[in-house]
Design a protein around this ligand. Structure first.
Ligand SMILES: Cc1ncc(COP(=O)(O)O)c(C=O)c1O
Length: 449
């Protein structure tokens, strides 16, 4: 008999949600903060590889990976062993006050993944938002300037500093009052919705023009700008890649004015796009990188990786109690071994496979407007009409929901896109199952239009 941990495709044994799941969802509604946004009632119990079993024994194929976090799959035995070993040895010490070996070990390894001749230094945090807060503080500290430029559609976190940079959905800001001053947002080069009809290679020249000739001349003198922060592929914004030339030009502008180029690789990093970092596809060398999510296969860890000449803040200027916890670092070191040991390459190969298999979707389905991304960061945008590109968020939601009822876990992104962000270990059989299931869901949604 095949056990749940050996299964490669889903098996549903109850109607969804099952009886135990229903009870837990009801209890959750009673006691948990209502600020979460659950799309469907998955109540997870265990996970192995790309499979998740719920509390009623239903087994799902996970193409969400806990929001692109479980990079090496759920509970990879090598990650579990590293966590168990470390937990039995030392759970906490606090790198702010004391030393332990894995801090410089992981910092050195992470720094070496970043191209460029200059050495890197690393600050460990607990989450993406903390990595962003720290990156923003570092840019201010290093430049002695206080303005920041970010992009519409960008998501950088929900604490007050990172929320000031986030411009994804107004519900994320509504009700929280004034945020950080000195932050200006400019449009993101969203090729599919480019008003000037540019392609994925050329979209965004006018945005750079606005930056140089409007923002810098009318709002912020560039000598007051500490940093420009960008997701090389917008995550929550809809899995939208920035063109190569755009990132290169942004780097040129930053260098010209002594501005820190900060890349938010929280979602796009750690091998998901088939390279360690998504910005590598553009051949740039940012000053500051923020990482989290996939960095420790599900253990809470964030990192700011910066050029050594940039990370020169003085003792006491930034710190953390838990950041870089020994158990999280052990999980991260094991994660890096697995990513380097073949999973990054698998992400590249499986990404190419998925893009080949979906290349005709905009012809095949009238509600698919765009399929885009890199590696295992795949965005599918749904529209009511391919000509007007009217956003079809309701159809996207129906597809996400019906995929769940067929045993496939996926998440929305942006107003009307769906993201595929599976663990980096999926194989062709699992990609085929996911794509076949989505095709069925899309056909069903089309019938409703
Ligand atoms: C690009 C990006 N930056 C920052 C964050 C915030 O990370 P966290 O939720 O760990 O605070 C996210 C989370 O989705 C993200 O996608």
């Amino acid at each position: 008999m095949i056990t749940a941990s050996e299964m490669k495709t889903p098996k549903l044994v109850t109607a969804l949600p099952g009886p135990k799941a229903k009870q837990i969802v009801e209890r959750d509604a009673k006691f948990m903060s209502p600020s979460f946004t659950r799309d469907y009632p998955l109540v997870a119990k265990s996970g192995h590889g790309a499979m998740v079993e719920d509390v009623d024994g239903n087994v799902f194929l996970d193409f969400a990976a806990g929001i692109a976090v479980c990079s090496t799959g759920h509970c990879h035995p090598k990650v579990v062993a590293a966590i168990q070993k470390q937990a039995a040895e030392l759970i906490h010490m606090s790198g702010t006050d004391f030393y332990y070996e894995s801090l410089p070990e992981l910092a050195e390894r992470l720094g070496k993944t970043v191209p460029g001749s200059e050495d890197k230094k690393v600050f460990f945090a607990n989450s993406g938002t903390e990595a962003i807060e720290g990156a923003m503080k570092l840019a201010r500290y290093a430049t002695k300037r206080d303005k920041t430029i970010a992009f519409y559609g960008g998501f950088h976190g929900r604490t007050m500093g990172s929320l000031s940079l986030t411009a994804s959905k107004s519900t994320q800001r509504k009700g929280f009052g004034a945020l950080l001053s000195g932050v200006e947002h400019i449009p993101y080069p969203y090729a599919y919705r480019c008003a000037l009809g540019h392609t994925a290679e050329t979209c965004g020249a006018e945005i750079l023009e606005t930056l140089e000739n409007q923002i810098f001349k009318r709002l912020f003198d560039p000598t007051e700008v500490a940093g420009i922060i960008i997701e090389p592929i917008q995550g929550e914004g809809g899995y939208v890649p920035a063109p190569k030339f755009f990132l290169q030009e942004l780097q040129r502008i930053c260098r010209q004015h002594g501005i820190m180029l900060i890349v938010d690789e929280v979602q796009s990093g750690m091998g998901r796009t088939g390279k360690w970092w998504a910005f590598e596809h553009a051949g740039i060398e940012p000053d500051i990188i923020a990482s989290a999510k996939g960095i420790a296969s599900g253990m809470p860890l964030g990192a700011i990786i910066a050029k050594s000449s940039v990370m020169t803040w003085k003792p006491g200027s930034h710190g953390t109690t838990f950041g870089g916890n020994p158990v999280c670092l052990a999980a991260s070191l094991a994660t890096m071994d697995l990513l380097e040991g073949g999973m990054i390459e698998n992400a590249r190969k499986m990404g190419e496979y998925i893009f080949r298999r979906t290349a005709d979707w905009t012809n095949k389905f009238k509600i698919v407007g765009d399929v885009r991304g890199k590696g295992l960061m795949v965005g599918i945008e749904f529209v009511r009409d391919q000509r007007t590109k009217e956003r079809a968020g309701d159809l996207r939601n129906a597809i996400v929901d019906s995929a769940f009822h067929k045993g496939l876990l996926v998440l929305g992104a942006g107003e009307n896109s769906l993201r595929l962000s599976p663990p980096l270990l999926i194989d062709e059989e699992q990609a085929d199952f996911a794509l076949r299931t989505l095709e069925e869901c899309i056909r069903e949604a089309e019938k409703k239009t």
